[in-house]
Design a protein around this ligand. Structure first.
Ligand code: AMP
Ligand code: ZN
Length: 470
């Protein structure tokens, strides 16, 4: 099925917004670099998970849910993991300690992304399950003289000088990279920009047998092997955060293209902007580092817990390529907005379909801003009692991964049925022209913190909505 929808995406490789044309509309393929599982994922890591989830949803809408393959990996081989394992489980053999660290963090990541309203990707490969594929790639690279074994240090290095257009994604000039390079430290390299494909492990470190001795893979080769395994040698979209453009994605491209002799690894490269917290780079030492888990479950940020959907909307409110300043104010705005939408959608029976103008807005390089303006338009119609708008709004929220009433149910000890009954009693009082009673009910509810809002439906009848004043 070809898509009726024209989707435009900004491609880092060409630095332009392009009309998206999949290699195979029956199997649209996307790979996103997932987290290194040595610690709980932070709110910055949530951004690519959410941004590419929205793209996944858009592609499924355009091409059909069965015609999109989304792979998001878990990096579970990394020196940061080894260090964390040794620190947290000093009494255990390192391999066992590593397993404890990665299993715990991977399980938490799974829970976090689901709480953030993300669909599960079709595949979530782990590096440790794909060592053989990495070794095959390295063997190919050595055979085609794109890689070499560095004598005496137990490393296999990629030879950047063997690839004439190395650096195209990041726009880095190899000659400039050379300037100021630490030549002494890199004495075993042909070129200081050469990077590790395989490195030797000490007996204590995790390692796998290989033609180059017992060792472990470099970070970049992990994604080249896993993307090939699930998406093929050339696929449609590759995503991740801006920080990955260089060296990670540049080096993935070098490895995959040189190993397979292809002109591209992925046709479209997409990168989300960075997130900072209250105007500062997030870091543990500044005390402004928040894990997703912490935001969901503790009162560390702004003195309260935040629902996953509010975090999701809070991150989507800024275009994915722009930087985000993550603040309490942003989350409060997101919560108010989502509650407004839900109030307008909550009566839906589930018979609607997502709004075409919202989908169209999103198709313009994921313009969530335009999409949200279009959602506001439907919400206004729904608030006027237009039933098709109520249904369409609920379906549109569902399309984005939002429920139609999750925040409304979150009314603490407020008894919604009792309030609804009082609201109806007040409507009856109006009909009977007993305005004193109507006013008394309004006043009584207000003392409980319940605000009533009167309006009219299309038939000109009075309708009353209520909200909890915070
Ligand atoms: P890492 O575990 O650091 O490799 O990161 C996993 C994903 O999160 C990658 O796509 C990173 O680019 C992305 N990422 C990390 N930190 C941030 C941040 N502060 N803002 C936005 N994205 C980030
Ligand atoms: Zn990667």
């Amino acid at each position: 099925m070809a898509s009726e929808l024209t989707i435009k995406l900004h491609n880092t490789l060409t630095r332009t917004k392009e009309v998206f044309a999949p290699l195979d509309a029956k199997n649209v393929r996307m790979y996103v670099c997932g987290p290194t599982v040595y610690d709980f994922a932070h709110i910055g890591n949530a951004r690519p998970a959410i941004v590419f989830d929205v793209l996944f949803r858009l592609l499924r809408h355009a091409y059909g849910a069965d015609h999109v393959t989304y792979a998001r990996n878990l990096t579970d081989v990394d020196d940061k993991i080894n260090a964390r394992a040794a620190r947290d489980f000093p009494g255990l053999p390192l391999n066992e300690a590593i397993r404890r660290v990665t299993e715990k963090t991977a399980a938490q990541y799974q829970k976090d992304t689901i709480a953030l309203g993300c669909l599960e990707p079709n595949v979530q490969p782990r590096a440790t399950d794909h060592i053989e594929g990495m070794q095959t790639l390295i063997t190919k690279l050595i055979a085609s003289q794109h890689a070499y074994e560095a004598a005496g240090v137990g490393e296999v290095l990629f030879d950047v000088g063997s690839m004439p257009d190395y650096g195209k994604l990041s726009g880095r000039d190899l000659d400039n990279n050379l300037a100021g390079a630490r030549v002494e430290v890199d004495a075993h390299k042909k070129n200081p920009a050469d990077f590790v494909l395989w490195k030797a492990s000490t007996p204590e470190e995790p390692g796998w047998d290989s033609p180059w001795g017992r060792g472990r893979p470099g970070w970049h080769i992990e994604c080249s092997a896993m993307s090939e395994r699930y998406l093929g040698q050339v696929f449609d979209i590759h995503g991740g955060g801006l920080d990955l453009i260089f060296p990670h994605h540049e080096n993935e491209i070098a490895q995959s293209r040189c190993a397979h002799g292809t002109h591209a690894m992925a046709n479209v490269w997409m990168h989300n902007g960075f997130l900072q917290v209250e105007g500062q780079k997030m870091s543990k030492s500044l005390g402004n580092f928040y894990s997703i888990h912490q935001l969901l479950e503790t009162e560390d940020f702004g003195g309260r817990q935040w629902p996953g959907e509010v975090l999701r909307l809070g991150l989507l409110m800024t275009h994915y390529r722009e930087p985000i300043d993550f603040t309490v104010k942003r989350l409060e705005e997101a919560e108010t907005k989502l509650r407004d939408w839900q109030r307008a959608a909550s009566a839906a029976k589930g018979t609607g379909t997502p709004d075409a103008s919202v989908i169209e807005a999103l198709s313009d390089d994921l313009s969530f801003h335009r999409a949200s303006v279009a959602i506001d338009v439907i919400a206004r119609k729904a608030n006027r009692g237009v039933e098709t708008a109520v249904e369409c709004l609920a379906a549109t929220l569902d399309f984005f991964g939002f429920s139609k009433d999750s925040l409304l149910a979150d009314t603490g000890d407020v008894d919604a049925a009792r309030i609804d009954a009082l609201v109806n009693e007040r409507l009856e009082a109006f009909k009977a022209k007993d305005f004193a009673k109507a006013d008394a009910i309004r006043a009584a509810l207000l003392t409980e913190g319940i605000q009533l809002m009167d309006g009219k439906n299309e038939a000109g009848e009075r309708v009353t909505k209520w909200e909890i004043k915070r």
